[in-house]
Design a binder for this molecule. Structure first.
Ligand SMILES: Cc1cc2nc3c(=O)[nH]c(=O)nc-3n(C[C@H](O)[C@H](O)[C@H](O)COP(=O)(O)OP(=O)(O)OC[C@H]3O[C@@H](n4cnc5c(N)ncnc54)[C@H](O)[C@@H]3O)c2cc1C
Length: 304
């Protein structure tokens, strides 16, 4: 579902992601280790081209570019872009470097194969009763259940602000679609997946009934998509999922205030690809080497 995109500079104000300078090299190194281990490609360096439509946007971008620690990340395209023949409206194009796409379906398939072969993966829905039985056998149990963690009674009142998102996979039949390597961003992000296929997303909704694709949000996506590109496309797949987002936009890591056998690794929100490697290692250091949890991610910040 998730496109696995790592975008160093996000939002309307073009702000660098929280702790990007520590998280990015850590994530990149881990994903490259996975590539070497499984002999598959999971890390794709893919520049993001940001459409800057209004003079105000160009101005804000240029100001940001001039800030010292943004110089290696941001630029303005001088010349043509490979996306030009596809754009609905020409505009100034900003460049975001150090962006990437992590192939999560590939990671999940490879990891699952290893874990199953080693007898370390049980492919089933765990009930609360089964979790109790597991806790009786193991020293510690870590809950990594995504948005469903918001209803986990062992971790109450954690400032959840779940955000449903929808996305699509489209196909462009344009003769030069296969040449597109960079991602394109405006209100949506379009990421080339290879073979003329593109991930398009995502929407944000804070009230929702389930985690499937809906006609309303899919129409919204298509309207935004047509405002970005002016060439025909076909939709191959429509998807919906819920982001485990927290009000303060920080991970949720730590021990249950209700039962000390249980730990939580969650709250990765919109940025699992960037956050998970560093913070998983952080929790491991905490559990195995008694290193203190970083107060910015420790769930005790919610006062439970
Ligand atoms: C539209 C959309 C686009 C996104 N794009 C990006 C992106 O480009 N880049 C990025 O970094 N992030 C993106 N995200 C966010 C990303 O998906 C999350 O940050 C990430 O998935 C969180 O990982 P997680 O392991 O905590 O939760 P999840 O990925 O939700 O995984 C939790 C797992 O736990 C399982 N589970 C839960 N309860 C049980 C149970 N009782 N028994 C057994 N299994 C259980 C679930 O089935 C699931 O497999 C996007 C999200 C959405 C919705």
């Amino acid at each position: 579902m998730a496109a696995g995109i790592i975008n160093p500079v996000t939002g309307k104000r073009y702000v660098k992601s929280w702790r990007f300078d520590s998280l990015y090299p850590f994530a990149r190194a881990l994903y490259l280790q996975m590539e070497a281990h499984w002999k598959v490609k999971v890390w794709h360096d893919q520049t993001i081209l940001r459409i800057l439509q209004t003079p105000g946007e160009v101005n804000d971008w240029t100001v940001r570019m001039a800030a010292g620690d943004y110089a290696e990340l941001l630029d303005i395209l001088d010349g043509d872009s490979s996306w030009d023949p596809f754009l609905a409206t020409p505009g100034t194009i900003g460049i975001i470097r150090k962006a990437a796409r992590v192939d999560f379906p590939m990671i999940m398939a490879s990891l699952r194969e290893d874990l199953v072969a080693d007898g370390h993966f049980i492919d089933q829905e765990f009930s609360p009763g089964q979790m109790e039985a597991i806790a009786a056998t193991y020293d510690r149990v870590i809950y990594c259940e995504g948005f469903r963690g918001a209803a986990n009674p062992y971790f109450p009142d954690l400032g959840w602000q779940l955000a449903k998102g929808e996305a699509m996979v489209i196909r462009l039949e344009h003769p030069s679609a296969g040449m597109l390597q960079d991602m394109l961003k405006k209100t949506l992000l379009i990421a080339p997946l290879g073979d003329n296929r593109f991930w398009v997303g995502g929407s944000y909704n804070w009230t929702f009934e389930d985690n499937g694709a809906t006609p309303e949000e899919q129409q919204y996506l298509e309207e935004r998509l047509r405002a970005m590109i002016g060439v025909p496309y076909s939709v191959e797949q429509r998807m919906g999922a819920v982001r485990p987002t927290v009000k303060d936009r920080r991970p949720l890591i730590g021990r249950s205030p209700v039962d000390p056998r249980f730990y939580l690794f969650n709250g990765l929100g919109t940025k699992g690809a960037l956050l998970a490697p560093y913070w998983a290692a952080h929790l491991t250091d905490h559990l195995l080497e008694a290193k203190a949890l970083d107060p910015e991610v420790d769930i005790v910040r919610f006062g439970n």
